[in-house]
Design a binder for this molecule. Sequence first.
Ligand code: HEC
Length: 119
Amino acid sequence: MAPALRGLIVVLALAGCERLPDREPLTGGDPKHGRSLIREFGCGSCHRISGVPGANASVAPPLEKLKSRVYLAGRFANTPQNLVAWIHDPRAMDSQTAMPAVGVDEQQARDIAAYLYTR
Ligand code: HEC
């Protein structure tokens, strides 16, 4: 194979797999696992989430720049603990929210929160 072509293939392969840390410091969760859980639980059917193929709905707010936000869902302090609790069971925090609990357990919520804090 021509070296130029081989170089191009390497570049394309790298572009497709974004590097994520093994541990995200705020949550202690695993962002790579979080990203696959986001797909598994269908968060992208309501939210736009960068780096997750197919997660481009606009039913709910886009989940971007969460790390720099002051509030979650407009009313809770944006702490790692609140983010994990929200993902685990939003209606336990606010019985009126339109976001349903989708069956994410606490460890899974931690990994998902870890991914969201990398956005
Ligand atoms: C059926 C649609 C739906 C699904 C599925 C859904 N959400 Fe939500 N989500 C919402 C809505 C609506 C809100 C806004 C809630 C509010 O402000 O009361 C929300 C809010 C949020 C927020 C707070 C956003 C902000 O801007 O402060 C986070 C974080 C979040 N969702 C994460 C997730 C994750 C992670 C999943 C998958 C495990 C998920 N959501 C699945 C509808 C959904």
